[in-house]
Ligand binder design. Sequence first.
Ligand code: UDP
Length: 323
Amino acid sequence: MKVMVTGGAGYIGSVVTEELLRGGDEVVVYDSLYKGHREAVVEGAAFVKGDLLDTALLRETLAHHKVEAVVHMAADSLVGESVKVPAKYYRNNVLGGLSLLDAMLGAEVKYLVFSSTAAVYGEPAKQPIEETDPTQPTNPYGETKLAFERALRWYDSAHGLRFVSLRYFNAAGATERSGERHDPETHLIPIILQAAAGQRPEVTVFGDDYPTPDGTCVRDYIHVVDLAQAHILALHALAKGHPSSIYNLGCGGEGYSVKQVIDCARRVTGRDIPVSKGPRRAGDPAVLIASSARIVRELGWRPTQQKLDTIVESAWRWMQHKR
Ligand code: UDP
C-alpha cells in the first residue's frame, strides 16, 4: 500500500514507518518538524514538511503520491501542557485532524489509522480497561483525541471514510535506529535512563501514596515495535473491508509500578539510579491497564516483546548508540 504517515518524524511515527517499509509498503512522511526530527525520517520514505492545518498541501501530497491510506500520528500529547494551554490542543488535535479529513475526502483516500490514547478513559471505571468502558477524559489531551475519534464515526457514516482508532497505553522501547527523544522529556523510561547515564541527577517519583501494592502508579508498557505492528495489521484489514473499529493497545497483565520500572532499569543498566520522592502529578490515574483482547481476537495482533526488561534494554541500547 501507499501510506502517508503524519507525525512520521516523531518517535512512534518513525518506528511505524520502519515497519511499513520493511513489510513492502510505500511511505510518505508528512511532518511539520515542530517536534519531530528530520533525521528521524526513515531512509526510503518520501518526506513532505507541512502543517496539518495546511489542507491544500495535504491534499496535494495525497494526490501526488497516490496515497491509499493515512496513519495519523501528528498531535500534541502532553497532558500537563494541555491543561494549561487547551487552545493548542483543540487547534492541532481537532482542527488539524479535521483539515486532514477534508484533504482525504478531496483526494478520495478512504482509510485512516488514528493514534488515540488511554487518556480518553479518564479515571477508569475498572481494570483492565475495555473499549466499551466509559470515556470521560480528565484533561484536554484526552478530550481532543476523543473528539476526533467521535468525528471519525460520523465521517464514516456520511462519507464511507473507514478508520481504526488505536488507544495506546504506555509506548516504550526502541528499534536499532529509532527511539524516544522529547524535549523536554516527560516520560518515565527515558527519564530513568537519562539518570542512569548521568544526564540528569535523579528520578523524581510522582507520588508514592497511591492505592497500589507499592504506592506508585501502575502502567501498561508496550514495546513500540508491537505497537507499530498493530498499525500495519489495521491498515491491511481496512483495505480488505474491515469495518471501522476502536482498539486498546497494551500488553495487559499486571502492569508495572514506577518503582518496578526503576528497579528493572537498575538491573538492565547495572547503574545506580538516584531517586527522590515528589508530589503526585495532576491528572495521573493510579492504574491504567489495557484489555487488548479485542484487537487480538479481531486482527490477530500478537505482542512479542512484552517483558519489561526487553523493553528497557532496547531503549538503553538505543540511547547509547544514537546518532
Ligand atoms: N513518572 C514519575 N516520574 C517522572 C515521570 C513519570 O514518577 O519523572 C510517573 C508518572 O506519574 C506515571 C508513570 O510514571 O505514573 C508513567 O508516566 P509517563 O509520563 O511515562 O506516561 P503516562 O502514563 O503519563 O502516559
